[in-house]
Design a protein around this ligand. Structure first.
Ligand code: PLP
Length: 395
């Protein structure tokens, strides 16, 4: 069982949403209440390799202070909302037609945002970087193939990997949550994975990787290397992106998202940069018209307003650094963070701390190695509420 499983959370099943009065989780079959025999997942002819698995389950609980899924706490301004509404109104007039299947205008905008001399043929987009990662596994993983990642890291990497009938090979990070290049190369030579996942800055630890380490891993890897840079915009000044390594490495893929720094998690827009041949491979597995007209339009408006959206990043970075200091000042162990969250501990009973915070209206995430907890960086008011709640528990 993975450490970030939502088991034992006060909601119903992992799919339960706030306000879902039925409390029905995915285990409750439709019709279960209509008097028929109760059917469970175990009764269905589901794939053998999915039996016994647990879905992704960050709890969605309606509480005053939500600091559990690394969202940007700042909502769009009124003028951005107006821009989005106008783009949707414009796009709505054409909704009888399929969207641009290759999302060319959006990919041009994304390439311009990324810089590094990138062009639309080197950029790909999908519904969140999770879908981008799934397409990568569909194209480069599959039955008889494997993917290796260095844990603790993003829980979706193994879930997407096994969902694509690909074997997951857990590699290890060091005590400081960095990756030892010598050990990483040894693990790659031992397992010969078809895909290697590197997350930088890493979730849930916040650790950024030195591009020299990434370069050594790319050199050793027999297959594709994916650098998940979901949190790149939050990295401390001077931290280079793996995009700098792209020109020499056709087997390198760098993924990004508009869900975190861009404050657009609800839009569902993730993207990647890679060699044009990689994008040709992804075209073989993507569903036609996967990115709706409205998603493409909203993402382009967000990119046009990037000064406003990314304007919150410096505030969040300062709040993050202050949170690290405060937690250390209270005798806690804290991982250095280049992201918009902080991993801290070590608690004998982290569940009790997590529940104590929840009772005080603050939702954080029970994730990472045993004893650690992760708090996303919110507004100054939200972080004050977090500190007050935690102080009440530590006392
Ligand atoms: C949040 C996160 C993502 C983003 O997923 P989206 O599908 O783009 O919302 C990707 N990778 C990591 C490591 C994350 O933490």
């Amino acid at each position: 069982m993975r450490p970030d499983d939502a088991t034992g959370t006060p909601t119903g099943g992992p799919g339960t949403r706030p306000g879902d009065a039925s409390g029905a989780g995915p285990g409750d079959a439709p019709g279960a209440g209509s008097g028929g025999p109760r059917v469970t997942l175990a009764d269905l002819p589901v794939r053998d390799d999915l039996r016994g698995r647990t879905p992704y389950g960050a709890p969605q609980i309606d509480v005053p202070v939500r600091l559990n899924t690394n969202e940007n706490p700042y909502g769009p301004s009124a003028s951005l909302v107006a821009g989005l509404a106008e783009a949707v109104r414009h796009g709505a007039a054409d909704l009888n037609r399929y969207p641009d299947r290759d999302a060319v205008a959006l990919r041009e905008d994304l390439a311009a945002y990324l810089g590094h001399g990138l062009t639309a043929d080197r950029v790909w987009a999908a519904n969140g970087s999770n879908e981008v990662l799934q397409q990568i596994l569909q194209a480069f993983g599959g039955p008889g193939r494997s993917a290796l990642g260095f844990e603790p890291s993003y829980s979706m990497h193994p879930i997407i990997t096994t969902g694509a009938s690909t074997e997951w090979i857990p590699g290890a990070r060091e005590d400081d949550f960095g990756i030892d290049p010598g050990k990483a190369v040894a693990a790659i030579e031992e397992h010969r994975p078809d895909v290697v996942f590197l997350t930088s800055p890493n979730n849930p630890t916040g650790t950024a990787l030195d591009p020299a380490v990434i370069a050594r891993i790319v050199e050793a890897a027999p297959g594709m290397v994916v650098v998940d840079e979901a949190y790149f915009e939050f990295a401390r000044t001077g931290t280079p992106s793996a995009l700098t390594l792209l020109p020499d490495n056709p087997r390198l893929i760098v993924t990004r998202t508009m869900s975190k720094a861009f404050a657009m998690a609800g839009t569902r827009l993730g993207y990647l940069a890679a060699h044009p041949a990689v994008i040709e491979a992804l075209l073989l597995v993507r569903l036609p018209y996967h990115l709706s007209t409205l998603t493409q339009a909203a993402a382009r408006v967000a990119l046009a307003h990037r000064a406003e959206l990314l304007g919150t990043v410096d505030t969040l970075r300062a709040e993050r650094d202050a949170t690290v200091e405060w937690l250390r000042g209270h005798g806690l162990k804290v991982a250095d963070s280049d992201a918009n969250f902080v991993l801290f501990g070590v608690f004998d009973d982290r569940r009790a701390v997590w529940e104590g915070l929840l009772e005080r209206g603050v939702l954080i995430r029970e994730v990472g190695p045993p004893g650690w907890l992760r708090v996303s960086i919110g507004t100054a008011e939200e972080m004050a509420a977090f500190r007050a709640a935690l102080e009440g528990i530590l006392r």
